[in-house]
Structure formats: C-alpha cells, structure tokens
Design a protein around this ligand. Sequence first.
Ligand code: SAM
Length: 455
Amino acid sequence: MAKKFYIQTYGCQMNQYDSERIAQVMRRSDYVQTDRVDAADLILLNTCSVRDKAEQKVYSALGSWKEFKDYRDGVIIGVGGCVAQQEGENLLRRVPHLDLVFGTHNIHKLAELVEQVENLHTRPVETTFYRDPAYMEESDGRTKVSGVKAFVTIMQGCNKVCSFCIVPHVRGREVSRPSAKVIAEVESLIAQGVKEVMLLGQNVNSYGKLTPGELSFAELLCRVDAIDGIERIRFTTSHPQDLSPQLVEAFATCKNLCEHLHLPVQSGSDEVLVRMRRGYSQQEYLQRIGRLRDRCPEVALSTDIIVGFPGETDAEFEQTLELLRHVEYDEIFSFMYSPRPQTVSAKIYDDDIPDDVKRERLRIVQALQQSISLVKNRRRIGDRDEILVDGSSKLKNGQLMGRTRTNRIVNITAPENLVGQIVPVRITSATANSLLGEVLSGSDSLNPQPEGKVA
Ligand code: SAM
C-alpha cells in the first residue's frame, strides 16, 4: 500500500505555492496525499516566521503531533519553510521527535531527505541557499492543479533592507526564474483549465533586474497577458520603491491584469519609515499611487500596516491614521510589531511600545479601516461587476462567493455549477468586509472589455 503524506501550511501565498511543490515531489516518490494527519506516514509542516506568533504556532503543532510517533511505528515528521531556514539544527535540538528539516531553497531535495530518514535513520538538515534559479523548478514541470486559480512563483528572496523584516534572512537574496519557465508554466496551467494566475515573489517588481537580458516585471506581465486563454492576472508583493512607470502603464494596457495593487506602506510617519529603512517618504508613496490612480482610476489598493514599531509616538501613529483616511484603501492587513531574530530593528532598537499600547493602536487602525471599507463598499450598491466564483461563502450560509477583478468579495445565492465560472453580478448590499450580489442573466451581462482600459 502506498505511503501517505500530510502537509500543514502556515503563512503567505509563497508558502502555499511551496506546499504544492512539496506535494508534487512526494507524489513523484509514490506517496499519496491525505488530509488526515493521524493517517499519515509522513507529516510535513511548511512554516512562517514573519512574526513571533507564527513561529510559536510551529512549536505547538509539532508538540501535538508527538503522539502520532508514539502510537505508530515509522511515522516521519519534517519541517520546511521559513522557521526551518531560520532555526536549522536548533529545531532538531528543541524538538527531539522531529526527523528532518528542509529550508526554503531545498524542496527539490525533500524526497532524498525522507529516504535518508527511512533507510539510514539519520536526522538530516538541509538549508543551503542557491543563486541559480534552477532550484525553483520541478523536473516534470507543474503536474497538478485543482480549481481555476493558481499561484506561479516568478522570483524568490528580497534585496531590500527593511529593518523589521526577516524575509531576506529566510528566503535569501533575490533570484528570478527565467521568464521562459514562468510563461511555460502559465501556458500549462491555462491548458489545464486555470483562469486566474497570481504571480508571486517577495518583491515582484524587481523581477529580472539582476539577470542580464531578462524581461522587466512590466514586460513579463505583458507577455503573460498575451497568453491565449488567460482571463485574470494578479501579483503580490510589491515594494513601493520599485513601482515603476512601466508597471503603472501595464495597469492601463494589459487587459487581463486585475485592477488591484497590494502596496505595503507600513507607516504614515516619515520618521518611522526612516527607522524601518523603507526607502520612501509618505509623500513619495502618495505620488506613486497618485500616478497609478491617474492611469487606472478603478484600481483598488490594499496595504500592510505595522503598529507599535520601536519609538512610535502617538503623533507618529496619528500620521498612519491620517494616511489611511487620505488614501481610503479598500483593505488593509495590520500587525503589531514583533522583533525578529537577525533583523536590524531587533538589534538596534528596544521593543519599547508596551503590548497594551500596540493592541490598542491595532484596534484603532482596524476600526478606522472598517469604517472606510464600509463607506466604499456601500458606494458599490447598484453597480454591475463580474466575479470569478471561488466556492462556498465564508458565511457558511449556503451562498457562494467570488471576487471582482478589484479583489472585492461578493456573496451570491447561486447553483454550485457556477464555481469556477466568471459571472456578471449586480451588487445589492454591502458590509465592511464583503458585498452581496445577484447573478445577472446572460442578456444583462457586461461588456467583455471593462471600462477604463486603453486597448
Ligand atoms: N515584501 C513585503 C514588503 O513590502 O515589505 C513584506 C511581506 S511580509 C511577509 C508581510 C507583512 O508582514 C509586511 O508587509 C509587514 O507589514 C508585516 N511584517 C513583517 N515583518 C514584521 C514584523 N517584524 N513585525 C510585525 N509585522 C511584520
């Protein structure tokens, strides 16, 4: 009987993509995937270390899995991803029932490492970083996707020096996949029925910069846009410093590029931005999104905010609130500052904002954004739009949910066979987090070319 593997994934879209690769590697070694951890011969945890809380979840999951090794012979437990990269050997010391550790560049080695545990009874640790992008490729290409949406990694790592961020330490320096590989992967996904691709990287808009002769990110987007059959393109994450005029232009000209940009600002205070080493001022950030809104007025914006960065005064925090009121983001992701090992801010600043102040600032930021989102969403009532139907609504009320090109969630009452389809809807009501819509019949449907696009 084939051996079974189980994967638990924490963290960002990059980790979700990596877990798909992990599954592919193990399937090639004749393992089959199970969604029952208690039935697995191989239990894998793909981890995130961007904040301390994410790291703590790793130790608690590993602790709870010890019992599986106690009552079944031969169960192997492995940890991959950012905590694996960060901790390496330490993880084996700290978790005696752990069998193997593989870093962010070592997914292609996983089957070999599992074999070492099975046959040699060793506890391997593999966390080598590579500069050659070949480590991001599978010998048999992308073999399996489920659904009509897929992630595609275009680059890994980050050369920025944001003082709070552990990513360059656990994902390495920027390495771009050859554009020919990216395009071939998207073509193969489209041939398998995929309608929407999300191009992934820690800083996608510096794609290709370090590879002589390679396409720029904007050029790559235009090539992907031209692939026959593709319906929607998204990407994440971008650093504001690298939001080039060419990328802004791509939003105006690539007809399948969705009108949504996630552009993490982190703070509205210039002093905090300097301490964060973000490389832009509030004004420069606003100019960049101003240019984007000029060329693509319907673009939706989302951002990341860190509250309680070392030394953040009430006045500096107020500037973040001011920025949120001014920009009117469609969505924000907000976090309390968490000092991370190896980062500059953890080394040179005291984590001096008390937890209760961080918590209160987080509450204030989130409450403000809820009120902004509610007003913006209510403006949509009566609009026609189109959504790609994802599946059951998170409200668990029998409705389906989908996303507009601008990434807004719309819940609809509709038959299951619409899952995976792009359907026209009219917005009938709104909350801060989602919209409610009714499906329009074919004759009410939209023009295929959304307004605001220059052909
Ligand atoms: N490449 C992205 C950027 O533009 O900076 C960062 C991606 S990071 C995985 C996602 C978000 O986590 C960041 O934008 C930031 O808001 C938050 N984050 C990162 N490090 C953090 C830290 N030490 N404490 C709190 N939040 C953090």
